[in-house]
Design a protein around this ligand. Sequence first.
Ligand code: TRP
Length: 335
Amino acid sequence: MENTAEKKKILFSGIQPTGRITLGNYLGAVRNWRLLEDTYDCLYSVVDLHAITVRQDPAALRKQCLSTLALLLASGLSPEKSILFFQSHVAEHAELAWVLNCYTMFGELSRMTQFKDKSAKHADNINAGLFAYPALMAADILLYKTEMVPVGQDQKQHLELARNIAERFNGIYGDTFVVPEPYIPKVGAKIASLAEPTKKMSKSDPNENSFVALLDKPDDIMRKFKRAVTDSEAVVRYAEGKDGINNLMTIYGSITGKSFEEIEREFDGRGYGDFKAAVGEVVVNEFAPIREKHDQLLNDKAYLESVYKQGAEKASYMARKTLAKVYKKLGYVAK
Ligand code: TRP
């Protein structure tokens, strides 16, 4: 029988095992990943190889890796639909990264803004891995013939470099890699810090009140929202200069599905106190089942293991083929 089913495009994304997925990561990335599962053939990797570019405590890292996988599952990603795996379980990532290192220029890596930022932040540990990080990220993507990569603003430069590396390699050796495109989600909220609403919400912010994480306790979430920085107008409306309120409206809107006009009407004549409590409440309600499911999954090590083992097996099968092709092009003697 002829197979008439249209082949889905391949989509890849990675998440660092920081053990702390923030509201920003959730609304900007993880929640959208779930919506992409039916349209694309998705691979989602917990990028533990990337994690060691900054110093990690081994026991904490192991816990965070499992916790991150559990959070992806708890957020609704399906191991039947998508390939979920740990980057370190598929050796081809490191192998292709080495090859790509040799096709990535010192000057290109020096221009990466994340490298500049991170080397300023970790001045005592500016290691070669931190520098070469984008070549590993390119390997992640290029191993799977990835066509689409959903990334936030902060990773655009790395994706652009991955495209350049792919094109450079293809230019020398003939068609080898698929050149990936950035995926810009239709709905994808950019969430700002609760304490300094002109800045992006970040889990590495030293001010704990500036971000909300998926695993925060309800009381903490409520407190952080009640303390959120706003303005003195005391009118819930979306407008230039009202960064704090705009951010809270974006959060409220992306969770409830309500438009800004609807939110303005809902809170017409009511103070910021009411509004902040309402935002806190919808976030608590959104996160509660995820946290519960996460805790349950972490206690079910056998299930988690079955997910990541199966994921690595499927990913390895695809990765092996690409790496074999690359090695052949390079002129290596076949095994
Ligand atoms: N560098 C990304 C981040 O810090 C994570 C990542 C690693 C990634 N490999 C990737 C994202 C490949 C997309 C595609 O967020």
